[in-house]
Ligand binder design. Structure first.
Ligand code: SF4
Length: 246
């Protein structure tokens, strides 16, 4: 708790670029990774991380169910930032085979529980494996994205994975993100200009109409409070963190 409080004080009022520079200094570039879905927030952070000039790892969760546009964006990003350490993450092959054998390819539509099983296998477990041995990971989450993220802080303790989570864009609006991304000519996933405001797997993501909630296109058949894949389950125990772990 003491360490987390110190981190929150240290990052207060800092720009996203300054938060990233602070994180690289505090944790060291080899103990830190950025997780990307190629959404504009992640693309902006990728660009800002590249400006630090350090070989920070960029994690890409290849669920096997992404849109082709997402793979195209991933490919272009790899080419654009050769100084970063690109690391794709995939589900365990044996577990995936068994899962598909038992539940079929579209089980996520049947219930929230089955949908979360798929997310757990394709996203949560591969990411957890990759986070082992790190001290912090960076995400593009923002507080205004959904009811599940309203209390988001710039730095949090990720209890499930046992490391810090750095959210440089926690208090930024969508307009701020897009303005900065456009100013810096950041590579953008084509889907984001076609109404896909929040990017996820193809069978679980659809475009939203103007004025609709940002994440309403994700798992649109579920209630808003269920709309997390397990990577960012809240509460993250900000108030419950044990000081002996910080
Ligand atoms: Fe499976 Fe859909 Fe989750 Fe992707 S978003 S891992 S397809 S349930």
């Amino acid at each position: 708790m003491e360490r987390l409080d110190r981190y929150l004080t240290a990052t207060q009022g800092k720009t996203p670029g300054e938060v990233l520079a602070w994180a690289a200094q505090e944790f060291g570039p080899t103990r830190l990774a950025l997780a990307s879905s190629t959404q504009v927030e992640d693309q902006l952070l990728t660009h800002l991380v590249s400006l630090l000039g350090q070989r920070i790892t960029l994690l890409f969760l290849d669920t096997g169910r992404h849109f082709q546009e997402t793979y195209d964006c991933w490919e272009k990003t790899r080419e654009a930032y050769p100084g970063l350490n690109f690391r794709p993450l995939v589900p365990d092959c044996g577990e995936l085979e068994q899962f598909l054998f038992e539940q079929g390819p579209n089980s996520f539509y049947h219930s929230v529980e089955q949908r979360k099983q798929c997310c757990n296998l394709r996203k949560v477990k591969p990411l957890s494996r990759a986070l082992k041995g790190l001290d912090a990971w960076i995400t593009g989450q923002r507080a205004e994205q959904s009811v599940t993220r309203a209390a988001l802080q710039t730095v949090e303790w990720d209890e499930a994975n046992g490391l810090f989570k750095v959210n440089p864009l926690a208090h930024w609006s969508s307009e701020q993100v897009w303005a900065e991304a456009n100013k810096l000519r950041v590579l953008v996933n084509k889907l984001q200009t076609q109404g896909f405001l929040s990017l996820g797997c193809a069978p679980c993501t659809r475009a939203v109409a103007a004025g609709e909630d940002l994440r309403s296109g994700r798992w649109w058949w579920e209630e808003p409070e269920h709309k997390e894949c397990g990577l960012h389950n809240r509460p993250l125990a900000v108030a419950e963190t044990r000081s002996d772990q910080r």
